[in-house]
Design a protein around this ligand. Structure first.
Ligand code: HEC
Length: 236
């Protein structure tokens, strides 16, 4: 019953002899109630729109040369060996070893560096070990020698920052992937890895002359590494 009623009511709208005023047809604009057309079609320059006042006809302008975005700190050292050495001599890490900073650094390392540099920084990440020798391993942070000279364990933080910013030989630039702040924090993590590696070899008394008990030694290193792993997990 209700259904029939609805059909009847709707049907009544379509009574053929009922005529609507022509003015009520919405597709034909009849009156415009504003004083002038500008209210509808604004003459102001639209964002990213056209602007005939400029040669290239574009509304957006280039920033003035040398403009620095808010919160961005330009990196002053050029991508040259001199720049690398200068960065090494003069840059200091503005972030300290707080648990938060270290945790952030470890997170960045896991996401952007571990696949090449390896969990402990020995240069044995999965990209290297699975490449069948196609990718030469990165120098070990713990006992390697930097291609720029000096032991990796003593590598100045400025050289690290420079390398992460511009890349170095087989390592690409990470400047577009991680911010300067993240670069400094991942450096804290690298230094923590260096300290861990150093402690592990010092405590196990590794020494080239002691090859006789090599097996024992590597077992001790592994045990130590495991212990440290648990320690870090507990600290997190
Ligand atoms: C594609 C593999 C790869 C990735 C990813 C990678 N590295 Fe490297 N890294 C290398 C190689 C290879 C070297 C050795 C470069 C050389 O000196 O010839 C190196 C060297 C370094 C050095 C030593 C630079 C010096 O002055 O001797 C540091 C520090 C470093 N990497 C940090 C990082 C950090 C931090 C990340 C992550 C943000 C990272 N790397 C990601 C491959 C990689």
């Amino acid at each position: 019953m209700i259904f029939t009623g609805v059909v009847l009511i709707l049907g009544s709208c379509a009574i053929p002899d009922r005529k609507y005023s022509e003015e009520l047809k919405h597709d034909i604009p009849v009156h415009q109630f504003t004083g002038d057309l500008d209210m509808y079609k604004s003459p102001s320059i639209e964002t990213y729109g056209e602007n005939a006042n400029y040669n290239n006809n574009m509304g957006s302008r280039h920033p003035v040369a040398g403009t620095i975005p808010r919160g961005f700190m330009p990196y002053m050292y050029p991508n040259t060996n001199e720049g690398y050495m200068m960065a090494g001599d003069s840059l200091r890490n503005p972030y300290s070893n707080t648990p938060e900073n270290l945790a952030k650094g470890a997170d960045i390392y896991t996401k952007f560096c571990l696949h090449c540099h390896g969990t402990t920084g020995a240069g044995d990440g999965p990209v290297i070990t699975n490449s069948n020798g196609k990718f030469p391993p990165p120098t070990s942070y713990i006992d390697g020698v930097s291609s720029g000279g000096g032991d990796m364990k003593d590598l100045p933080v400025g050289k690290m920052f420079h390398t992460i910013t511009y890349g170095r030989n087989m390592m690409g630039s990470h400047a577009s992937q991680i911010t300067a702040e993240e670069r400094w924090k991942v450096i804290l993590h690298i230094q923590a890895l260096i300290n861990q590696g150093q402690r592990a070899s010092a405590e196990s008394g590794t020494d080239e002359s002691e090859t006789a008990n090599e097996e024992e030694t590597s077992a001790a290193v592994e045990a130590e590494a495991e212990e440290e792993q648990t320690e870090t997990e507990e600290n997190e």
